[in-house]
Design a protein around this ligand. Sequence first.
Ligand code: ATP
Length: 361
Amino acid sequence: MAKFNLQNVEDYYEIGEVLGSGHFGQVRVVLERASGARWAGKFLKLRRSASSRLGLERLSVEREVEILQSLQHANIMALRDVFESRAEVVLIVELICGGELFDFIADKENLSEDEAIEFLKQLLKGVGFMHSKHIAHFDLKPENIMLADKTVPNPHIKIIDFGLAHRLTPGEEYRSLSGTPQYIAPEVINYEPLSEATDMWSIGVITYILLSGMSPFQGEKDEETLRNIAGMIYEFEDVYFNQTSAMAKDFIEKLLVKEKMERMTAEECLLHPWIKPLTRKQASCRKRSSINMKSFKKFNAKRKWKMSYNMVWACNRLFRLQLQCKGRSLADPELRQCESDQEDTETKPASLIRRRLSSSS
Ligand code: ATP
């Protein structure tokens, strides 16, 4: 069992404002008392007992920590320290100040493929490094691609959230039904062995969205999205892709391949002529093509709206559970402030995608 720092995190860091929330806790700014340096603290609630549904198993936290420790790369969020108490583990990580890449792009008037590629290259370098260590992220999506600082001329990408990441052992199969519907590969849905190529599919989906503002497999409901993925039902609709180069479509087509062994690897992507043009003609074609900004802005606004809706929905549900469990009424002022650690007693059907099926698509 991994040993984390058992001292009180607050003796070393002053806890500041909330930066974001995930399924298992919050991320806050933390100020290192000794140096005054700012970091981010990811506070993860631990599961109290084996039968409990709330919180994370310690083993999952250990896996996330072990993976982050072995990934030191300019495009991957760095881990500094880990504190543990009875109820939670706190990961002290690099503070990423530039917000999400998609929000940064949505604020622009226009963006050429050339400029978009500069971001994709960094994503591919980070993912390629991960894969060279036989680690797969398994949750690549816009929310997990952030910028170190958006005020500099060429912002630096940082990949975050290694909660679903896994170290793949050669000769051992790994299957999982976790992920976010829009971005998961057919092998996830079919509960087949996963590999580094599973991340490459998600990069294909992210690139498709980045260029067109449309999500390739998105259905009305998650079930329809999953059916579209499994049936490989997608197309490049002219109305959304009329500013896109043929090379960009070729790049996406070589990632959205059902047979995972036939998908491009991160290394191969970096050598694709769309990313690394070989001729002057290829280079100038990228400059002339641009992302469909009108559609992209719409996609991003909808995505942000869904994220806040999900957050409010989750808070309301927790609040209702508190009331049910304690047999108290909404008017009770104490309840508005307390943080529940009650068990979620609602019975859910065994869902296809365990962690996020209905939450973020
Ligand atoms: P999820 O339930 O989506 O897996 P999680 O509990 O694993 O979430 P993260 O996705 O790592 O948590 O973080 C939640 C949010 O906190 C992010 O979407 C992001 O907005 C913010 N965040 C995470 N890490 C950092 C960081 N190092 N610096 C700044 N903000 C961060």
